[in-house]
Design a binder for this molecule. Structure first.
Ligand code: AMP
Length: 193
């Protein structure tokens, strides 16, 4: 099964992805994690990406697509995966569709976690203090929110046109939110998946 998980910063996507991975037997593909791995490995993509990431900007599509393509070639990704934080722009969404067309494995469902922006900003400020993340200072948080609104939110209509987009309300306990996620996914799951 192929699932795309999107949502604004601070919405609790990481927690819900972990739960969904435990529920489904598919690998995880988080572009944020792949980029952080590239930075740790001091690769060319990593070196160039860190500047964008520290400013809360999207890294160039070509970097992300290179990392995704490499990952999808691995045998464990044949049965599908959970895309986390990817695609994040229309260019990426179209490139992903093309890539998946070539494999003959289309996306099954696109889950978008939604919540009020003020609540999210407040949550991220608290997390910034607790975790001391470089991309969580107030200026960067505001910028990441803006980037989401401008570049990622248009994916809604893109996937709505394909009949794949599902809104998931992200307020409530992690258990309550996961119940909504699980229901949406199970409704799209074929009996053998
Ligand atoms: P995340 O861990 O998903 O919040 O991603 C952390 C940062 O990595 C983002 O703020 C972006 O700078 C970068 N990033 C992650 N995924 C993508 C993507 N699909 N396209 C562009 N930049 C990305």
């Amino acid at each position: 099964m192929l699932i795309v998980f999107i949502g604004p910063p601070g919405v609790g996507k990481g927690t819900q992805c972990r739960r969904l991975l435990a529920h489904l037997n598919v690998p995880h593909l988080s572009t944020g994690e792949l980029l952080r791995e590239a930075i740790r490995g001091n690769t060319e993509i990593g070196r160039q990406s860190s500047v964008y990431m520290d400013q809360g900007k999207l890294v160039p599509d070509s970097f992300v697509l290179t990392l995704v393509r490499e990952k999808l070639e691995r045998p464990e990704f044949e049965r599908g995966c959970l895309f986390d934080g990817f695609p994040r722009s229309l260019v990426q969404a179209r490139a992903l569709d093309q890539l998946l067309d070539e494999r003959g494995t289309p996306i099954d469902v696109v889950l978008e976690l939604i919540a009020d922006e003020d609540v999210l900003i407040d949550r991220m400020h608290k997390r910034a203090v607790q975790e001391n993340r470089a991309d969580d200072n107030p200026k960067t948080i505001a910028h990441r929110m803006e980037v989401f609104r401008q570049q990622t939110a248009p994916l809604r209509d893109y996937y709505r046109t394909q009949g794949k987009h599902v809104n998931i309300h992200a307020l409530g306990t992690p258990d309550e939110v996961f119940e909504r996620v699980r229901t949406a996914v199970d409704a799209r799951r074929s009996p053998q998946a």
